[in-house]
Design a protein around this ligand. Sequence first.
Ligand SMILES: Cc1cc2nc3c(=O)[nH]c(=O)nc-3n(C[C@H](O)[C@H](O)[C@H](O)COP(=O)(O)OP(=O)(O)OC[C@H]3O[C@@H](n4cnc5c(N)ncnc54)[C@H](O)[C@@H]3O)c2cc1C
Length: 396
Amino acid sequence: MIYDVIIVGGNIAGLWLGHLLNRSDLKVLVLERNKSVLDTFLGALFYTEKESKEYNIEKFILNKTRKVEIRFIDSNCKEYSRVFVRDDKENPIIMLDEHKLKLDLLDELKKSSNVDIKLNSLVTIITEKRNRVEVELKNKTKYSGKVIVGADGCNSIVAKIFNFPEIKICNAYRYILENCDIDSNNNLFYINLKQLGIGYAWLYPRSKTTCNFGIGSIDRVKGMTKYLMKLKANLPGLKNSKIKNLNGGQLPVSYRRNIVKGRVMLLGNAAGQINPLIGGGVKTTMDAAAIIADVLKKSKKQEFDLNLLKEYEKKYFNSDFGKDIIKTCERVSIVLKLNTHPWFADVGEKFIKFGNYEIRTWSLGKKGNVLKFVIRHLILSLKLLWIYLRTRNKKI
Ligand SMILES: Cc1cc2nc3c(=O)[nH]c(=O)nc-3n(C[C@H](O)[C@H](O)[C@H](O)COP(=O)(O)OP(=O)(O)OC[C@H]3O[C@@H](n4cnc5c(N)ncnc54)[C@H](O)[C@@H]3O)c2cc1C
């Protein structure tokens, strides 16, 4: 049997695309290497209640929060400055119950007559044949499909085999803490540029007594969990908390310039569809899956017209969320370049961006230094100026 679409990867990207294609006339196969979809990471924040209604996932809401606050801290975890980013009662941010959502999607796909889902199925080889793609699992089982979607994370085997452009990756860790005494309305970000570089620790309340407490950095690797534990010990609301669960994973911090090649498409982390500063990839992955689902349904009518499949790439790069990801990735790469220069060691602070809000301090040091920098790195400076001019209205 030849499937219309084979999706490699059964975390949120694969499950959500499977869900969107269920009840279409496409025959779909989802292959996930793990025995369970629950032990892979999700955790969705920066997703507003209004958006959750559009996706019909309100029943998975765990907590609603109206505030976002950034706290700048020193290496002893003492706060020295604070910025309120958001306080919006009308449109709260939601925390999803990732387990319930994934269980529900899995259950739906298991019952579906159009979508087959196979767990414990590690894809090891993919070969392109005439008008189809053949996928081989570790146990040598083979499946054929007319189109293949790589939803297999930032180390995507699909992207590697089909020579998609490389992507930069960083690590992040998340604890679920119990026994906390926190404001269940307030999402907190802790920034310490010297220790965490372009990154931060976060506290997202799941309730008054439980929270997601995590850490991630683009340009630092060592000592992250140690610093997080120091922060936990220093925050009054967390002093008596207990670790219920630790999860970690990798995030893309750059995007792929190509996400469609012939009958191969990339989605979610595999495509770099995640905002590297906010770390939020669930909503953007769902948005991108909606574009793929539309394009697949349309192009199927013409036996998968490869030109129509390319529409996914065009639509994604022209979408507001796609543009936002690219813009943020560009900034991150500029900040990383600048940070290697002693005059600009704290430049990361100028580009911190949360959703539509930006925090800029512009403490560039002595004017003479800036002038020297501009003369030496004229193209980079013009690029920075261009980015600044394009985004200056969003400054807070
Ligand atoms: C610590 C941390 C905290 C985060 N917090 C948030 C948050 O609060 N909000 C938010 O929106 N986002 C958050 N994210 C990001 C979010 O987890 C990702 O953007 C999202 O999971 C992307 O999903 P995905 O399905 O594309 O990729 P992944 O989650 O990477 O899933 C890829 C799937 O493919 C499978 N796979 C890989 N290779 C193969 C193979 N060869 N064969 C078969 N299967 C394979 C894997 O087992 C996995 O299930 C966080 C990420 C991390 C690491």
